[in-house]
Design a protein around this ligand. Structure first.
Ligand code: GLN
Length: 478
């Protein structure tokens, strides 16, 4: 019977003949079918994955060296291009669209031998925190089917949670990898802005978007990061600094003592679930007992992060989503139209869902001549203040920690009629995207009714190495 712990262990089993890639694909495909009710996958590439697995098995048996991701069963959020395969951003507006190239991240995974198992459900255009905004239905949390998996990369998180694949790629503009990872009890990483190329990632808010990684453990996530990170001639915002061998260093300094900050306003926030507050405070005490320095820092800007995030991301989204006009590709209104404007209006009104329309309207409003300075410029100023404040904090500390989300996974429908309430779920995660720093959610705790929640670790820009080491040391402590 196939069993999985880490990529490293799986590759050892492949090498010594205890399993094969074909066995692994068959195992995961069977589980995907058994768990179809979770609605995590929009499409499963069963035949293709089996063929690729057979090819990899034959290569290995012929003595061809294994790539770093050899046979790793990988899922892709439906916003990441995979050449020759459908891509819809879980929206009707991309109906019939097929990727004509691979995202750089997809290409790098394939070059190292990964097997792409399918396309995963998400909130439409990655806008949401519960996966309730998908044009193709909710995704269910595998631990409690009456609860949301988080969003927007809900399908990718649940796929790892329910063992429907080994790792998945999602996207994180304001928390969409870390928040669902927290709700599903797995590891979710958003790298520094620019660490992973955005080429082939459908744009939501380009100055925030990053591809992120879901895994069962930090080692798998670190390995995947080292494979897909790096400079890219197709993305001028991709960082050019060399990519460390993250997977080799996560355990390299286990007894190191760190300087850690946490924000007073985070733990005193009225919306924070008392059980999460208590577990976090207790964990801080454990860190202190272990010899780490953990200090409270004032962060009076906390109340501005969600408004600044929603002003800036909707502004960028309103511009990015203007390309979906029904002319070149995707859904086109079939009704009788009087002129081109009428065609655009009908296509976009019918093709986009409610949340996406809300954000396009909001973004267009904050960019309009009369309100630009009051909203957009103001939010840019807040962002600059945050960046400056963040730099000051990281001149004194190695990491900032917080709960990942103020509440555990909530019930389906509980927040879907209250956008402000839903937006507040992002309060601890949007900060990293505004500041461009990396963040990782590590599953450490459970509520008394069995839902997971974790701790978020953030480090300074480009310092994923230390962030991963700290996160790993937290896992060892728990
Ligand atoms: N929940 C946030 C939003 O709706 C985050 C989305 C994301 O990271 N893609 O904007």
């Amino acid at each position: 019977m196939f069993s999985y712990t880490t990529i490293k262990d799986y590759k050892e089993k492949l090498l010594n003949g205890q399993t094969t890639c074909v066995e692994a694909v068959s195992f995961y495909v069977a589980l995907i079918k058994q768990n179809a009710h979770l609605n995590a996958f929009l499409e499963v590439y069963e035949d293709e994955a089996l063929q690729r697995a057979a090819f990899l098995d034959s290569q290995r048996k012929a003595g061809v060296p294994m790539g770093k991701m050899h046979g790793v069963i990988t899922g892709l959020k439906d916003v990441i291009c995979y050449k020759g395969h459908k891509l819809s951003a879980s929206s009707k507006i991309l109906e019939g669209f097929i990727s004509i190239y691979n995202a750089t991240a997809t290409q790098k995974l394939l070059d190292e031998g990964a097997i792409i198992i399918g396309r995963q459900n998400c909130d439409e255009f990655a806008m949401g925190s519960s996966n309730e905004n998908s044009a193709f239905g909710n995704v269910l949390n595998a631990r409690d089917n009456s609860r949301v998996p988080g969003g927007s990369s809900g399908g990718s998180a649940v796929s790892v949670q329910a063992a429907l694949c080994m790792i998945s790629l999602g996207s994180d503009t304001g928390g969409s990898v870390r928040q669902p990872a927290d709700f599903c009890g797995i590891v979710g990483l958003k790298p520094t802005y620019g660490r992973i190329s955005r080429y082939g990632l459908i744009a939501y808010a380009s100055s925030f978007d990053q591809i992120g990684i879901f895994g069962n453990n930090i080692e798998d996530v670190a390995l995947t990061l080292e494979v897909i990170a790096g400079p890219d001639e197709f993305d001028s915002t991709a960082l050019t600094s060399p990519v460390p061998q993250y997977s080799a260093i996560i355990n390299s300094n286990p007894s190191k003592k760190y300087r850690v900050a946490y924000f007073k306003e985070t733990l005193e926030h009225p919306g924070l679930d008392p059980e999460i507050a208590q577990a976090t405070r207790k964990f801080i005490q454990t860190l202190i007992n272990e010899g780490h320095t953990v200090e409270q820092v004032d962060f009076e800007l906390l109340e501005y992060v969600v408004p600044a995030y929603y002003v800036l991301t909707t502004a960028e989204a309103s511009s990015n989503l203007s390309r979906y006009d029904g002319i070149k590709y995707g859904y086109a209104a079939k009704d009788k139209v009087v002129d081109l404007t009428d065609f655009y209006k009908k296509t976009r009104s019918q093709g986009f869902g409610k949340e996406v329309k809300r954000r396009i309207l909001l973004g267009t409003f904050v960019l309009s001549a009369g309100y630009y300075d009051a909203y957009f410029t103001k939010a840019q100023q807040v962002r600059t203040m945050l960046v400056n404040r963040t730099n000051t904090i990281f001149s004194q500390y190695d990491a900032i920690i917080s709960p990942t989300v103020p509440s555990p996974a909530f019930k389906l429908g509980e927040k879907s009629n209250d956008p402000i309430e839903m937006f507040l779920a992002d309060i601890y995660t949007v900060f990293a995207n505004l500041a461009g720093i990396p963040g990782i959610s590590v599953p450490l705790f459970k509520t008394h009714y069995g839902m997971n929640f974790g701790i978020q670790v953030m480090s300074s820009k480009g310092n994923e190495e230390m962030m991963l080491q700290i996160a790993e040391s937290f896992v060892q402590l728990s």
